[in-house]
Ligand binder design. Structure first.
Ligand SMILES: C[S@@+](CC[C@H](N)C(=O)[O-])C[C@H]1O[C@@H](n2cnc3c(N)ncnc32)[C@H](O)[C@@H]1O
Length: 224
């Protein structure tokens, strides 16, 4: 799948042990629900699934970062990169900020992805985020992501696989329960995402993940 594989073995082995423990430690002071969320989500999205595609250095953006889970996870692995996570929800950003501590290479802001400027960067994460953005804004946002990336940079997009089965229902219900105030379920078929990403100029690798619980399709998109 990977047109742009970085540190496959390193990421897998680190995350399964020290990386995940370090991640859980960053959220240890949070409320029960946040701790549960981080614990469960870091299990569902097992070690080495997305990190290996991201650059080790340079600026990495996490759009719709929520409580900062994936930004923090990557920052544990790649301490020499710079991280910028943003989300529309200021409560989640408050949680994300409270994990930063003394670290200087990680920053979280409350911003609307539809309106904000994306800084020049080497990597962009959009993990289960884009289907919360109104459908008629999604492609413009992807175009801005393309423009913000340096040559050779990577957009990692994780979306819902729309094939009809119980996993799709679990994903859709989880969206509505966990994010009742955000726009929801603006799904597209995997082939449609792929086509739109390729039209923008990305070199795209697609993978449908065989999770037991949720329905996920991932795109590793490299700007040539
Ligand atoms: C399913 S959560 C995913 C959070 C995080 N990426 C993760 O995987 O843990 C979707 C997030 O997108 C955020 N979001 C929705 N619309 C947004 C927008 N226009 N700009 C920024 N964030 C947005 C929501 O507030 C929510 O935190």
């Amino acid at each position: 799948m990977s047109p742009h594989s970085y540190n496959k073995d390193k990421a897998g082995s680190l995350l399964s042990s020290r990386g995940r423990q370090e991640l859980l430690r960053l959220y240890a002071g949070q409320g029960l629900l946040t701790r549960l969320y981080v614990r469960l989500r870091s299990l569902v999205y097992a070690a080495g699934e997305y990190e290996r595609h991201m650059p080790e250095r340079g600026m990495i953006i996490d759009a719709g970062c929520g409580v900062g889970l994936y930004t923090n996870w990557l920052s544990v692995l790649y301490p020499h990169a710079e991280f910028f996570g943003f989300d529309l929800d200021e409560k989640r950003i408050a949680v994300a900020r409270s994990t930063v501590g003394e670290r200087k290479n990680i920053n979280f802001e409350t911003l609307d992805a539809v309106r904000c400027e994306l800084p020049r960067c080497r990597g962009i994460l959009m993990v289960d985020f884009l289907h919360h953005v109104p459908r008629d804004q999604q492609l413009a946002l992807l175009k801005r992501a393309y423009d913000a990336l340096e040559k050779g940079g990577v957009l990692y997009l994780s979306e819902i696989d729309t094939r009809l089965n119980y996993r799709l229902i679990v994903s859709a219900v989880a969206d509505v329960v966990l994010y009742p105030f955000s726009c929801n379920s603006q799904y597209r078929k995997p082939g449609e995402w792929q086509k739109e990403l390729e039209v923008l100029g990305f070199k795209v690798g697609m993978e449908k993940l065989p999770h037991k619980l949720v329905s996920v399709v991932r795109f590793v998109c490299v700007k040539p």
